[in-house]
Design a protein around this ligand. Structure first.
Ligand code: GCV
Length: 646
């Protein structure tokens, strides 16, 4: 079944209901042609017929009179006909994939619905390098092979896989993609200028599915590419350079989306070199993009990565808020401040970043990481939909989803035949896409939706088993790794596998402060770094209070003795032992469940999942034993249940 790549959530079978009907498509233009091509292929396979005139079972139409927002569509059925209408072709494309997702339900009963994206910006960000980076490889934090865009330092000749990828993204509701690493090395920097043709070729593939291409750019490009002596955002020559470079981009790619910028972060250049603010830097690029309708995604991931571990007063968690809240209201309207969902860095458990609730006068996008850098690197099953849903629903007065304009997902895709290394990691990309369209969706329902699309027509036992394996797999990963929100404890550099003190004496600001008496980071206002004060009520007091702080975040906010009793009744150290044993048991249960159904799926899929689950178990055992042993040795407290600790 698997040729070059797996069909993911768009196997031919997913088109059966639509493809066996008479289907009308009305409207013109590229996206309408895409819908027509899709319809024709589905009808050829399943015996239906395109029906541009005469009777039909389903009609897709762009109608300029319709009182509909961009990308919105109506979806109605009466008198035996299903009708999808949109004011723009993008809305119709979304409506088309909605009908595909509904399967036979699209042709039963009467309904009358409207669907519009909650977030206008739904971008997938690739950390792909054009050249293979000596340390990071081709895709930074990529766990699914090489880039689907570049090979051997050049754009791939065959872009059919990119087209298939665009189709998958569109079917989830994505409307933008950034095609290169936010750490912009020399080769990627040139994509902006002399290699823009490669970007244009990719844009052509994505355009057919309504997806606009964005480029990560080097803030120092006026120097490195333009030969200027400075990249000062207030220098006229610099402004002119960006204006001209941007104009040239739009000459090649009229629907170019805009720039993504990691500035003054982890060694990337930025406006601070000229004593200018992030607003000055972002507005420089915004000014160049504005005439063409482009946007700047300016990342808020800015902190001191050369910290002295002896210094207990500097707190990396505070950094984004401290840097950016003074600038609220000073960004141009086409700047999107891109904020990681947690204050640190995509750990298995973090509080929601307070910055997401603190920029009322700035367009903000929340950034999530589908590539499982700290959550098992696509070797472990770890369905992250529930984590992202918690973030989007988190109430800063209003839920985060009501405060932000966009969701940016760091991609987990590579040239692996399954796209994502672990076939089940496809669900993360799917869920991220769908949550950007509708953050109110239940992540478990989304998991079911993904399973039903990806494994259509399969035995219900398979669906049940996949649901059982993947539901709460995030919590399982959390149990056998870093406890109670403390974070990190991973091997430095590659971030896979346990190393409790791996980051303890490094400059990265990622410490747990475990000693013989206790563990955790005191981030209170009373005695710690004051990070709790970045939250509005009630969170500032809830997190401040040792009694009220949720267990799962306790060590993020407090330094406590091992004998501290959690809200769940266990002591901290006993909780660490219990969860680490329970986490591994959960992986064992996953494997047993999988063995009962693995024969029901394609052999190649089954083989890959088998191999990954075996590796997950080995790794979970290693985590369990290292973490338990570490805390036993530090605390001297034995496991109350007498289990094996080394
Ligand atoms: C692209 C973390 C990752 C880096 C990544 C960075 C970022 O630090 O480990 O690989 O760089 O986040 O989000 O910019």
């Amino acid at each position: 079944m698997i040729s070059d790549f797996h069909p993911a959530w768009l196997p031919a079978e997913a088109f059966r209901a639509l493809g066996s009907r008479r289907v009308q498509v009305r409207g013109d233009g590229l996206l309408l042609d895409t819908v027509r091509t899709e319809v024709a292929a589905a009808c050829r396979r399943f015996g239906g017929a395109p029906a541009d005139t005469g009777l039909c079972d389903v009609s897709f139409a762009v109608s300029s009179q319709a009182d509909l927002a961009p990308e919105e569509f109506t979806y109605a059925r009466g008198e035996g006909v299903t009708v999808v209408r949109a004011a723009d072709p993008a809305g119709l494309l979304h409506g088309f994939f909605h009908v595909v997702r509904q399967g036979e339900r699209a042709f039963a009963g009467d309904f009358d619905e409207r669907h519009a994206p909650a977030l206008p910006i739904r971008l997938v960000s690739h950390w792909d390098n054009v050249d293979v980076h000596p340390v990071m490889g081709q895709v930074e934090r990529g766990y699914a092979g090489g880039s689907i865009f570049w090979s051997a330092g050049r754009l791939r000749e065959d872009l059919s896989r990119v087209r298939a990828y665009a189709r998958l993204l569109a079917a989830g509701g994505i409307n933008a993609v950034a095609i290169n690493n936010v750490n912009v090395h020399e080769a990627e920097a040139h994509l902006l200028t002399d290699r823009i043709g490669e970007v244009a070729a990719l844009a052509e593939q994505f355009r057919a599915y309504g997806i606009r291409v964005h480029l990560s750019v080097d803030f120092a490009a006026p120097i490195t590419l333009g030969g200027l002596p400075t990249a000062d955002p207030l220098d006229e020559r610099v402004r002119a350079w960006w204006a001209q470079a941007t104009q040239a981009v739009y000459a090649r790619i009229p629907d170019f989306g805009g720039y993504v910028v990691k500035a003054d972060s982890e060694g990337q250049p930025g406006p601070s070199a000229y004593a200018r603010s992030h607003a000055d830097g972002a507005n420089l690029l915004a000014e160049a993009l504005a005439p063409f309708g482009g946007v700047v995604h300016w990342r808020a991931f800015v902190y001191n990565h050369r910290q002295d571990w002896r210094d207990r007063s500097t707190d990396r968690a505070r950094a984004a808020y401290d840097h950016f809240t003074p600038l609220d209201g000073r960004f141009a309207p086409n700047v999107i401040l891109q904020v990681k969902h947690g204050p640190m860095d995509f750990q298995v458990r973090e509080p929601v970043s307070p910055l997401l609730g603190a920029m009322p006068s700035t367009p903000v996008a929340v950034e999530v990481q589908a590539t499982q850098e700290y959550t098992g690197q696509q070797r472990h099953v770890c369905y992250l939909g529930p984590m992202w849903s918690e973030v989007l629903r988190f109430p800063f007065g209003r839920p985060v989803a009501g405060l932000v304009q966009g969701m940016v997902t760091v991609a987990n895709v590579g040239d692996d035949p399954f796209w994502t290394g672990h076939p089940l990691a496809q669900a993360n990309l799917y869920a991220a896409a769908r949550l950007g369209w509708n953050p109110a969706l239940d992540p478990l329902a989304l998991l079911d939706e993904w399973i039903a699309l990806t494994f259509p027509g399969h035995d219900p036992a398979l669906r049940e088993a996949l649901r059982a394996i993947m539901d709460e797999s995030w919590q399982a990963y959390e149990r056998y790794t870093a406890p109670l929100g403390v974070g990190f404890m991973v091997r430095p550099g590659h971030h896979y596998g346990p190393d409790v003190d791996g980051y303890e004496y490094t400059p990265w600001g990622t410490y747990h402060f475990a000693d013989r008496d206790g563990i955790g980071v005191d981030r209170t206002r009373a005695t710690g770094t004051g990070f709790t004060g970045q939250y509005p009520s009630p969170w500032r007091d809830l997190y401040e209070s040792l009694a009220d702080c949720p267990d799962e975040l306790l060590l993020f906010f407090h330094h406590v003795p091992y004998a501290h009793v959690l809200r769940n009744g266990a002591t901290v150290v006993q909780h660490i032992y219990d969860t680490h044993f329970a986490g591994v048991e959960r992986v064992e249960a996953m494997i047993l469940r999988w063995q009962q159904v693995s024969g029901l799926v394609d052999e190649a899929v089954a083989a890959r999942i088998n191999e990954r689950l075996a590796q997950q178990l080995r790794s979970a055992e290693e985590w369990r034993d290292q973490v338990n042993t570490y805390f036993y040795r530090k605390s001297g407290v034995p496991d109350a249940r007498g289990r094996r600790i080394y």
